[in-house]
Design a protein around this ligand. Structure first.
Ligand SMILES: *Cc1c(COP(=O)(O)O)cnc(C)c1O
Length: 378
């Protein structure tokens, strides 16, 4: 085991408490379960675990009418897949942008030879239903609407249910980047009429990176049949076909991560189910926001749209760049630096994954000391 210790010394030189934007700290039970020896992903045993995980996630997402797909990729893979499978080349997509990840969707549309029509809001603000309705009225020929459910760069949660309703009323497909929302903010796939919603294992489910998951509507598969240029790796028809016939994936799945996700979905069940789990996340987020406000800090997001997974905070006057991040790191806490256009003005505290109340108390005690040492007045 000496080699393990050697590698640990490089990757994990001292224990850190993680308040990151992802990868986040994993549940100890998840890490434990992921240690098992590998076996064939074409075996009956693998099919069993893939099926069980898929059905558990479908239940969690209330996606009985959609198909839940688990694939080897990071979340962004499904961003690309949505565009390639459900929008013909040259087709228009209304991309809503409230920060860096909305911009990434715009790029995914553009770089795949489709045409983005952008509805952009000032940083810190959500997209409102009436604004989306206006944009759709002006652009009746778009094929789909993209929504960042939780914008990780600004800490804003978009009103997804209401936005999806507007898009459906105008007959548009709805694609949702829920990478930093799924598992912490409610998603009712069928009831809200969402056509494709995706996430990654390393965010609110608290599993290591490498697994992307999505719920995909029948309408998406129908569209895909008329789009031959779907590519190879993200061909949703082929991915669905292998799922239906073999409870597996066309290419090798990240088996440990799927086992890890299965464990988390069972932890959620034990806790009392989805409602209890989402409540835990809401309370944790509230505690972190209160902690910041108690230190006299200002939140970046518009009140009423606070994220359940990440709190973005203005640097106090006189502080620029990642100084608070660096100081906390020296004390064994890894938060997240400001991201994108506001990287010099803000820092971020992630709430995702394995975090205890005691960790939060310790973080704020240390943050208070850091602010004091930097000469910040309350
Ligand atoms: C982290 C994140 C992504 C990127 O996810 P990957 O798994 O790295 O592809 C995309 N969108 C949002 C909102 C995120 O927070």
């Amino acid at each position: 085991m000496d080699v393990v210790k050697e590698v640990e010394k490089i990757a994990w030189p001292k224990p850190m408490k993680l308040f990151t934007a992802g990868p986040v700290a994993c549940f100890p039970e998840v890490l434990e379960a992921m240690k098992i020896q590998m076996f064939s992903h074409r075996s009956k045993e693998y099919q069993e675990i893939h099926k069980d995980t898929t059905l558990r996630l479908a239940k969690f997402l209330e996606a009985e009418k959609s198909t839940v797909l688990l694939i080897p990729s990071s979340g962004t893979g499904f961003m690309e897949a949505s565009v390639r499978n459900a929008v013909p080349p040259g087709g228009k997509v209304l991309v809503t942008v409230i920060g860096e990840f909305g911009n990434r969707y715009r790029e995914a549309v553009e770089r795949n030879g489709r045409k983005p029509i952008v509805l952009e809001k000032p940083l810190g603000k959500p997209v409102l239903p009436e604004e989306l309705d206006d944009a759709l009225k002006k652009n009746p020929d778009v094929e789909a609407v993209t929504i960042t459910y939780n914008e990780t760069s600004t800490g804003v949660l978009n009103p997804l249910k209401e936005l999806a309703k507007v898009a459906k009323e105008r007959g548009k497909m709805v694609f949702v980047d829920a990478v930093s929302a799924m598992g912490a903010a409610d998603i009712k796939v069928d009831a809200w009429g969402i056509d494709l919603v995706f996430s990654s294992s390393q965010k609110a489910f608290g599993v290591p990176p490498g697994l992307a998951m999505a719920a995909v509507s029948e309408a998406v598969f129908e569209r895909a049949k008329n789009i031959p240029e779907r590519g190879l790796y993200f061909d949703l028809l082929e991915i669905k076909d292998v799922l239906v016939k073999q409870w597996s994936t066309p290419t090798t799945p990240p088996m440990p991560q799927i086992i890890g996700l299965n464990v988390v979905l069972r932890i959620i069940e034990r806790m009392g189910g989805k409602e209890a789990w989402l409540k835990m996340y809401a309370e944790r987020a509230e505690k972190i926001r209160r902690g910041a406000l108690n230190l006299g800090l200002r939140l970046f997001a518009e009140p009423g749209y606070y994220s359940p997974t990440i709190t973005v905070i203005y640097n106090p006057p006189g502080i620029k760049g990642p100084i608070i991040y660096e100081e906390l790191r020296k004390r064994g806490f890894e938060i997240a630096k400001g991201y994108g256009k506001v990287k010099d003005e803000t820092f971020r505290i992630g709430h995702m994954g394995y975090i205890t109340d005691e960790d939060i108390n310790l973080l704020f005690k240390n943050l208070e000391e850091v602010l004091k040492s930097l000469g910040v007045k309350k």
